[in-house]
Design a protein. Structure first.
Length: 541
């Protein structure tokens, strides 16, 4: 073996009993503990759906689409991975059934299988294993979360590949962790272990024996419950980890797992020397979330507010910025379809700040414009993201520049489209993966709020959109007081707009929430919450 290569160990995370138990949080928490113990770690999500990526899915179905630096549209769990690890991931870290089958079919069409019958085993499973091994020799640990719930027909090829990885590499390099649910029955006052027993039984029917069980529950376990789960699930008692609901924040989870010795149990099972993770800064970060000195209330105005996962990264970025400002950030989710000129004061007038969220399509746009007009005229701190910048530009053009029919070509094509389709997008027919995606550089003006936040004139941020500020209307916008405080390096694309004579008014074409991290947050969110705190204190006087 090449001594320059690492001996990579694999940790598989599966889920049972229920969906949405928190495999992503569990995976990210384990990754954090191992990274803070001095190991190099990456995380991977394998999704069983046949979509090639979630980019064409409705946010109500799948939550937000998380975009990586290299432009991959991925599952929102990659956001948890990046936030906890503090590292940027890539398209190598998320793979779907659709991608796997597409690759195999394209190979078959090219004749690469030499006349063989193409089958799930070995061709699909071998392709999945090749994805699993993309970081082999490069990282100490690869944590692989398999989407869905054990028993789902969609997950079978991934579970078979997991089983084969254990056979190929052996127990010193592969560890199986299973996350289950132990319901509490209020009427009898009991925790019931039977669903966990059946979930483990299903997993073992696929040839996979869990080495560690993470058991979610509303209540903490007694020793008797752990002993029962251990006995009936064929797992050591010390490897049955109690994962009660986090009281204040998901960022308590790594500390809870550490307290129960999970990091040492993992290292023991790999026959590795135990290492104590360095968590001092992380603990301080969590303490400020749990016991902040201040409090603000901000509004998140959007079209998908009934489903909070649609704005997952924004909500987490608020938590990060709140901790850094020693402030609890209460977020009111406001449906933009419900905002009218008559009720806008009631909807947003009491808030310390308002964020206008991203999205697609004309639904709810006029409500956003009503909100922005009120925010601008009443000096409430404003933060617009992607579509938020675009509707802010439309509002300014209509109500300040006198372009009363100003709109986006996405909603209505006319001669006052201050927002228009990018030139490179005008002949694009396919919807999947064809937007402006991933990290792009921008140049900031030094005399701007953005520069005060970033403390640099050159930034790189992630994008996901087709429409931009129409350069034909730049002059009239600027002449009427709108500041274009950042552009692409060639000056052709507007990246940030501001209002100089406003307490805090910033619209960005990119998605800063995708680069917010635990402990350090994101400069623009930190600046926005700082402005909201100032507004809150002004109102208290």
């Amino acid at each position: 073996m090449d001594k320059s290569k690492k001996l990579t160990r694999y940790i598989f995370i599966t889920g049972g009993v229920l969906s949405s138990l928190g495999k992503g949080i569990a995976s990210a928490s384990i990754g954090l503990l191992l990274k803070q113990s001095g190991f190099s770690v990456t995380l991977m999500k394998l999704d069983p759906y046949i979509n090639v990526d979630p980019g064409t899915m409705n946010p109500f179905q799948h939550g937000e689409v998380y975009v990586t630096d290299d432009g991959a549209e991925t599952d929102l769990d990659l956001g948890h991975y990046e936030r906890f690890l503090g590292e940027s991931l890539s398209k190598k870290n998320n793979h779907t059934t659709g991608q796997v089958y597409l690759e195999v079919i394209e190979r078959e069409r090219r004749g690469e299988y030499l006349g063989k019958t193409v089958q799930v085993i070995p061709h699909i499973t071998d392709t999945i294993k090749s994805k699993m091994k993309l970081f082999d020799g490069k990282k100490d640990f690869v944590i692989i979360e398999i989407g869905g719930t054990v028993g789902d027909i969609e997950s079978l090829p991934f579970l078979e590949a997991q089983r084969q990885m254990y056979i190929d590499l052996g127990r010193k390099r592969v560890l199986n962790i299973h996350l289950t649910y132990v319901p509490y029955i209020k009427s009898s006052g009991e925790l019931k272990t039977k669903p966990t027993q059946h979930s483990v039984k299903s997993l073992m029917e696929y040839g996979i024996r869990p080495d560690i069980l993470l058991a979610r529950s509303e209540n903490k376990f007694s020793k008797d419950i752990k002993q029962k789960i251990s006995l009936f699930c064929n797992v050591e008692e010390k490897s049955v980890i109690d994962v009660p609901d986090a009281t204040h924040t998901i960022y308590e989870v790594p500390l809870s797992l550490k307290q129960q010795g999970l990091n040492n149990i993992i290292l023991d099972k790999f026959e590795m020397e135990q290492v104590e993770p360095e968590l001092d800064e992380f603990k301080k970060f969590v303490d400020r979330i749990k016991r902040p000195a201040n409090e603000v209330t901000v509004g998140l105005v959007g079209k998908y507010t009934q489903y909070r996962d649609s704005y997952k990264s924004i909500l987490e970025a608020f938590i990060h910025a709140g901790s850094i400002n020693n402030t609890r950030v209460n977020v009111e989710m406001i449906d933009s379809e419900q905002i009218t000129t008559e009720n806008v004061a009631d909807k947003v007038g009491h808030l310390d700040g308002v964020l206008i969220g991203p999205g697609f399509g004309h639904r709810g746009i006029e409500g956003k414009i009503n909100a922005i007009k009120y925010i601008r005229e009443n000096n409430i701190p404003f933060f617009g993201i992607c579509l938020g910048l675009q509707v802010a530009t439309i509002e300014y053009a209509r109500n300040v520049c006198g372009l009363t029919r100003a709109n986006s070509a996405e909603f209505e094509i006319n001669d006052q489209n201050v927002i228009d389709l990018m030139e490179s997008q005008k002949n694009v027919k396919e919807k999947g993966g064809t937007m402006r995606l991933g990290a792009y550089p921008a140049i900031l003006s030094k005399d701007s709020l953005a520069y005060q936040a970033y403390k640099t004139t050159e930034i790189s941020e992630r994008h996901r959109h087709r429409f931009e500020v129409n350069n034909s209307f730049r002059d009239i916008l600027v002449q009427n007081g709108l500041k274009l405080s950042a552009t692409s390096p060639d000056g052709n694309l507007v990246e940030i707009i501001e209002l100089p004579n406003h307490p805090w008014y910033v619209g960005v074409q990119f998605h800063p929430e995708l680069k917010s991290r635990v402990i350090i947050g994101h400069p623009l969110f930190i600046g926005f919450i700082k402005a909201a705190l100032k507004e809150h204190k002004r109102k208290e006087k």
